[in-house]
Structures are given as C-alpha cells and as structure tokens.
Design a protein around this ligand. Structure first.
Ligand code: IPE
Ligand code: IPE
Ligand code: MG
Length: 238
C-alpha cells in the first residue's frame, strides 16, 4: 500500500472519482450471512474511503448506493439499505462536518422513505459550505432518469426557440456544478456501467476490480489512482 501511495503524483490526482460499490451481496453469501450484512459492511468502508480521498486531495467522490433498478429487489433488502444509509448519516454527520466534507445527493427523492429524505436533506444542508471534498451520494439514481429530468427541467425553465446546449443540459443534471468523472471504479468483477452517470463518464478512465466492495481498502484506491496516472488521456486528440 505504502509503495503506491508514495508513487502517486499529488498534482495529478483525478478531480472526480465515481465508484460503483458492488458485491455486498456476494460478500455476505460467501460467509453464509444475510445480504443486508454485506450492505452493513459495505457502508462501513465509506468512512475510510473518505479519509483516503481527503488525504489524496480528490475533489469529488460519487458513490453509487442505490439505482433506480434496485427497486426490483425484495422489500426487506430495500428497507435494510435505507435503514443503513440513515444510520450512516446519523453516525457520521459530526465527523463529516469536522472534516469539511460537503454532502450532495444525486437522484430522485421521489419514492424515498420520508425519514431517509429528511436525513439526506438535513445533512446536505448542514454541510453546504464545506470545501475540502464533495461526497456525492447517488441514491435512487439512474443515468437515463437524470437525463430525462434534466431535459424536462430545461424545457420548463425557458423559451423553446433556443436549442439545448451541453452547458445548459449540465446545469439541470443532478450533478450540476461538479466536474466530469475522471476515474470510474467498479468493484465485484462486473464490467458494466449499470446506468451510472452516463453523461458524466463520457471520457472517464475505467478501472474494474474483482475485489468485493466490503473488502475495499485504502491500498486498493492508491493502486487505482497510480494506474490512472499511467494512462494517456487523449480526449479524441493526439
Ligand atoms: C451493491 O451490492 C449494493 C447495491 C446495489 C445496493 P449488491 O447488493 O449488488 O451485491 P451483489 O452484486 O449482489 O454481490
Ligand atoms: C449497481 O449495482 C448499483 C449499485 C452499486 C448501487 P447492481 O448490482 O444493481 O448492478 P447490476 O444489476 O449487477 O448491473
Ligand atoms: Mg450487484
């Protein structure tokens, strides 16, 4: 771990790292534990990840915690996930404030339990002026839904003679004001986007690992940031 941490060029860390935190269920299954136990261990990983990201000077970390498609899961698993998220915000809000973390939510608040919505809105509000790092929780998030919401938001807000531009659309995305994703990470060995930040990953570097999310350690992030820095990002140029 130390080796990679030392090899990282602190002036070239990604501004925005997005993580598809996958594999909680398989982590639990391997141990004959209920799936929600995997989610509980997965939630615990977030705190150390946050500290590592702060130490590296990463500006934004987006975390995919619940997709618009995850509603198709059993009701008790879904309820467990909301409960765990509420517990995460409640248990960590003071630390988050002290560390200068700004919380954001990306996704639709529709259909979230009222208690979850209240805690998210409250936590986002309390950390609004923090500047050390932005932790963007993607909950009830879908990339297609985000684009539809953005286009509809734009259409409702202006004269229709004007054509929609990239910048105008971006102002209506859930992630308005955040930079594009530089590095997309997915754990658990799956090689797909699963409807995550479709617009924002246009030129993201992607790193997939077989590590299951509850096993994700700071050393994994260091190694990935190092690997990211070895890549040649051309953005269509030469
Ligand atoms: C990711 O872990 C967390 C959520 C989707 C909420 P999974 O629950 O998808 O875990 P696997 O993919 O079944 O192992
Ligand atoms: C993506 O994981 C969503 C989150 C990590 C929150 P899934 O486990 O839902 O994705 P698929 O179904 O394997 O594509
Ligand atoms: Mg999964």
């Amino acid at each position: 771990m130390k080796e990679y941490a030392r090899l990282i060029d602190r002036d070239r860390v990604p501004r925005h790292v997005a993580i598809i935190m996958d594999g909680n269920g398989r982590w639990a299954k391997k141990r004959s534990l209920p799936r929600v136990e995997g989610h509980r261990r997965g939630a615990q990983v977030i705190e150390s990840l946050m500290d590592t990201a702060i130490g590296l000077g990463i500006g934004v970390v987006s975390l995919y915690a619940f997709s618009t498609e995850n509603w198709s899961r059993p009701k008790d698993e879904i309820a467990g996930i909301w409960r765990l998220l509420e517990m995460f915000f409640e248990a960590n809000i003071e630390k988050i404030k002290k560390k200068g973390v700004r919380l954001r939510h990306s996704g639709s608040m529709r259909h979230l339990p009222a208690s979850t919505r209240r805690i998210i809105e409250d936590s986002v509000g309390q950390t609004r002026n923090n500047r050390i790092i932005t932790l963007n929780f993607c909950l009830n998030y879908g990339g297609r839904q985000e684009l539809l919401d953005a286009v509809n938001g734009w259409a409702a807000s202006r004269k229709h003679e004007e054509k929609l531009s990239e910048r105008a659309l971006e102002r209506h995305l859930y992630t308005a004001g955040l930079p594009d994703v530089d590095l997309l990470i997915r754990t658990s060995g799956e090689h797909r986007i699963s409807n995550f930040l479709l617009w924002q990953v246009a030129y993201a570097e992607m790193i997939f690992t077989r590590v299951l999310w509850p096993d994700f350690k700071p050393r994994h992030l260091y190694r990935m940031i190092y690997e990211y820095q070895q890549r040649d990002r051309r953005f269509g140029g030469l």
